[in-house]
Design a protein around this ligand. Sequence first.
Ligand SMILES: Cc1ncc(COP(=O)(O)O)c(C=O)c1O
Length: 439
Amino acid sequence: KGQYMYDENGRRYLDCINNVAHVGHCHPDIVKAAHEQNQLLNTNSRYLHDNLVDYAARLSKTLPEKLCIFYFLNSGSEANDLALRLARQYTNHEDVVVLDHAYHGHLTSLIDISPYKFRNLEGQKEWVHVAPIPDTYRGLYREDHEDPVTAYADEVKNIIEHAHKRGRKIAAFFVESLPSVGGQIIPPAGYFQKVAEHVHKAGGVFIADEIQVGFGRVGKHFWAFQLQGEDFIPDIVTMGKPIGNGHPLACVATTKEIAEAFTATGVEYFNTFGGNPVSCAIGLAVLDVIEKEHLQACATEVGNFLMKLLKEQQIKHPIIGDVRGCGLFIGVDLVKDQEERTPATAEAEYLITRLKENYVLLSTDGPGRNVLKFKPPMCFNMEDANFVVETIDQILTVIACFLSRYGKRTSDPIENIYLFYLSRYFISTHPVLSKSQGS
Ligand SMILES: Cc1ncc(COP(=O)(O)O)c(C=O)c1O
């Protein structure tokens, strides 16, 4: 219920990571909307139904005017695959530029554009080009660089020029508006505009993947790409996860020109389940709840409060290298040392394991699996923020206390395992800390 999950014994867990249960687990309005439409009619999208048109009209109100054509699908992967087809059809080009460590879905076409996956498989296809992630904390150009926006955008420009020299042509720049798997990164404002300029010049289109970060999560805007500034509009936007609050629903929004090029092939778009009356009733109910419960404003208010608490912890615990975020999309970068910013992978793993024992669900992301990622249901409140940060504080205090008594921080994985088990022993024998241990 809401931001909580319950196990088989009725114990309550605070869910800090489930951006799919966007307006809260088992929200009664969503359950009701699905049930009522199910009782009335559900069928495939060969049959026209008002829900589909009403839903497209409602979604269009959240987007810039030029993004006025909507395709409905069943998963984020399907949406991204269609976005790729649209881009290729419109541009007549094949190649795609993606950010390092990105993930865009599980279909063959998307594994190919997901460095997070293909680096562990057969590798990079010749039509895929990987640009550095615009991370100003541990990336190529950091907060001390005089113009990281231009520097990171120029990397994309260079990649395009290099591709052109090899006779390749760019169909799209494919990017998450806030790279999540990449480590909860907030690209500096203005970066998308500059990249879009280079990509458009090369005849390509800009695709913003909002599958994790859309629907008001960032608080001050409904879409995360809007953080870049009012002058930025992507050519294609893909939506998934939160759109249906757990129901399989996804969407691609694009311009008339791109849609017309797609239609011109004569190969019609058909998707049996995409945009069925029940899915659209749920989509509409999600938008209603976001409005009715002022969840965007909550994301700003609670997100700012959570950031403040986490920044206070940063002063107290040197293991916290960076706290970044917007609304209820926050990353806490754990480091072994403040200078080198070496990812504190084992410590992060240990922390989330101990959090789970204390009934808090949190997880890690980023290439070093050292970034704590917060993306809770949007009904997450101040009390929840206090609870999770207090629990993190207790566990980080144990880690610091343990390391100063028994060990040094190490990059040796075996030694880390040893430290992990030794620390568990330390906690279980500690008079106060052992009491707060869940099981
Ligand atoms: C950024 C991003 N894009 C696309 C997808 C794929 O969505 P789905 O799992 O619904 O197919 C995911 C899933 O994790 C994602 O995180």
